[in-house]
Design a protein around this ligand. Structure first.
Ligand code: DQA
Length: 144
């Protein structure tokens, strides 16, 4: 059972940037933790990170997974191209954020992606990825 976790722009700087918002763990450390936790649940994970909108779109197009956990970073708030890409895949997608975007600047309160996702998880740090993955797994098992 394979899941794709996509991280967008600047998330490769997690652990170095805005530590009070995103924490001190690097993305590699978060990914190792998430991988281990999800393997316990029988989910194998492919991780992908890019700072480029087009690369994220290409990855969504070629997704070979039962679901996608997508932290599109700031693209969440304005990328209609990524929004459209989510309509090009059979894989159900959950939008994820480590921070609670609703308690931050006003522009972060808007998601143009959420309408093409089955759900949204935000505010739980690395746990946001795990909660999203487990929800996708349950949904997949119920519908297959
Ligand atoms: C983020 C929230 C976005 O608003 C921001 O641009 C990010 C990270 C999060 O994980 O909390 O880069 O997606």
């Amino acid at each position: 059972m394979k899941l794709l976790i996509i991280n967008g722009p600047n998330l490769n700087k997690t652990g170095y940037r805005e530590k009070t918002v995103y924490g001190a763990r690097t993305l590699d450390e978060i990914n190792s933790y998430v991988k281990e936790r999800l393997e316990e649940e029988g989910i194998s994970v492919e991780f992908f990170q890019s700072n480029s909108e087009g690369a994220i779109i290409d990855k969504i197009h070629s997704a070979d997974a039962f679901g996608i956990v997508l932290n599109a970073g700031a693209y969440t708030h304005y990328s209609y191209a990524i929004r459209d890409a989510l309509k090009c895949t059979q894989a159900k997608t959950v939008e994820v954020h480590m921070s609670n975007v609703h308690t931050r600047e006003e522009f972060r309160n808007t998601s143009v992606l959420a309408a093409n996702c089955v759900g949204v998880v935000c505010g739980f740090g690395a746990e946001s990825y795990i909660l999203a993955a487990l929800a996708l797994k349950k949904m997949y098992e119920e519908t297959k």
